[in-house]
Design a binder for this molecule. Structure first.
Ligand code: FMN
Length: 149
């Protein structure tokens, strides 16, 4: 009998008022597309809160794309990060990327929050900030998920 291999979900949740973080999300997704990985990328403004909670709970890896706006994390993404302690996470694998102009305050705050809820950030260069790094981040995360199988 042929064994069915279950694909693993790598979910990218991002916000991008001006489109730069969205381009980075596409790069992460393209890097993560390897055998055994089902990549899904979501602009959180297009989702309801209950849909976001389901995505958080079902993912085998969670990747957050967050630009710095007014030295902070945009409010709708704060709400998602807040939800992390209200849901039952399946994974401990996480990644982070985001566009910024002159500082990375959103990334620094998010890093702290993700670690605070027990997620482990993958990628040694810190939060990915350029497209090549984003693609690499996607690949590293996908390989990490497969290694855990
Ligand atoms: C209203 C506004 C506030 C911003 N504040 C910051 C900031 O505090 N620090 C920073 O590094 N960049 C800041 N930026 C630059 C954005 O982070 C940058 O344009 C980023 O590419 C936006 O990401 P997005 O295209 O995904 O929306 C700001 C941009 C705007 C429009």
């Amino acid at each position: 009998m042929r064994e069915t291999v279950e694909t693993k979900k790598l979910s990218i949740l991002y916000i991008s008022p001006h489109g730069n973080t969205e381009q980075m999300a596409h790069a992460v997704a393209s890097g993560a597309m390897i055998d055994g990985i089902d990549v899904a990328s979501y602009h959180i403004s297009h989702l309801r809160a209950d849909e976001i909670r389901t995505i958080l709970e079902q993912a085998d890896a969670l990747v957050f794309g967050i630009p710095t706006v007014a030295r902070d994390i945009p409010k709708p993404m704060w709400d998602v990060l807040d939800d992390l302690s209200m849901v039952k996470l399946k994974t401990t694998i996480a990644g982070l990327f985001g566009s910024f102009g002159w500082n990375r305050e959103a990334s620094l705050k998010t890093e702290k929050r993700l670690k605070g809820v027990g997620l482990r950030l993958v990628g040694d260069a810190g939060p990915a900030t350029v497209l090549e790094q984003c693609k690499e981040l996607g690949r590293t995360l996908a390989e990490e998920v497969i290694r855990r199988v």
